[in-house]
Write a protein that binds this ligand. Structure first.
Ligand code: CIR
Length: 257
């Protein structure tokens, strides 16, 4: 059984980081979309555990960035956005006792959105948010779990998973010209429709379905045509704050089962 750790949308979400887009955010709309997202995770067999939202952290709904589960270890991240650093504290509490805890320490920075696991391999984005010192620490922690890490330079977009998303154990959906694709060698690459740049976000469920953002209908149709069982999910208000489908949950197998 998968556990999905999620975090609620706060009223302060209206002040979440929006980069240079200048988007105006509506917390109520985000909350409704988040509830639908959580309902889809539940329908796919996930047990939902909610970490209470924290008004002091407008971006806290994007829980993926705070921690990464690598085998039996939970890596507590240290965000490249200083305003987000306190978000990890209650997430660490939720993971303690289930996993051994490792931490990314200063001067290292790492956002969970930069860590992608596909078919037993780990990739980390060298991005605006994750620096070489943080990546080096992740590599060392992963080595202790018997895992190699491949670094991927992110040229465009916030995180690696803003533009490279696992679809299944050997396939990724890629936004063209956003990362150093040579580092994805060995993976099957399918491309987001050019007119939907950065709008497609995907999250595969263990029941075989593939969640895909409604804001990328052409990409969704292309994925359906090549055999994916796509489920459109509307998270446009969370995308306005640079979020995607992966970033609103931390999914892991219940180690107690
Ligand atoms: C941020 O800028 O940190 C948030 N507004 C969005 C984070 C999205 N996280 C993710 O895709 N993993």
């Amino acid at each position: 059984m998968d556990i999905a750790l999620v975090r609620s949308v706060t009223d302060s979400f209206s002040r979440a980081l929006v980069g240079e887009s200048g988007s105006v955010l509506d917390p109520d709309r985000a909350r409704r979309q988040h509830a639908d997202y959580v309902a889809v995770l539940r329908s796919a067999g996930c047990t939902i555990e909610e970490v209470a939202g924290d008004e002091a952290h407008p971006d806290c709904v994007f829980i993926e960035d705070t921690a990464v589960v690598l085998g039996s270890v939970a890596v507590i991240a240290r965000s490249g956005a200083s305003s987000r650093r306190g978000e990890a504290v209650p997430v660490r509490d939720a993971l303690t006792g289930r996993f051994s805890i490792a931490t990314i320490d200063a001067p290292g920075t790492l956002d969970g959105g930069d860590v992608m696991q596909v078919g037993g391999k780990v990739y980390v984005g060298h991005s605006e948010r994750s620096n070489p010192a943080g990546i080096e620490q992740l590599v060392e922690i992963a080595a202790g779990c018997g895992l190699d890490v491949t670094t991927v330079r992110v040229h465009d977009g916030l995180h690696l998973k803003s533009s490279v998303l696992p679809l299944d154990a050997e396939t990724v959906l890629v936004t063209p010209d956003s990362v150093d694709e040579a580092a994805l060698n060995g993976l099957r690459v399918v491309r987001e429709a050019p007119t939907e740049r950065f709008r497609a976000s995907a999250l595969p469920m263990r029941d075989g379905r593939l969640l895909i953002t409604t804001s990328a209908p052409l990409t969704s149709e292309m994925l359906a045509n090549i055999g994916y069982d796509v489920v459109p999910v509307d998270v446009t208000e969370l995308q306005a704050a640079d979020g995607g489908l992966t970033c609103m949950s931390i999914l892991f197998r219940d180690p107690a089962r």
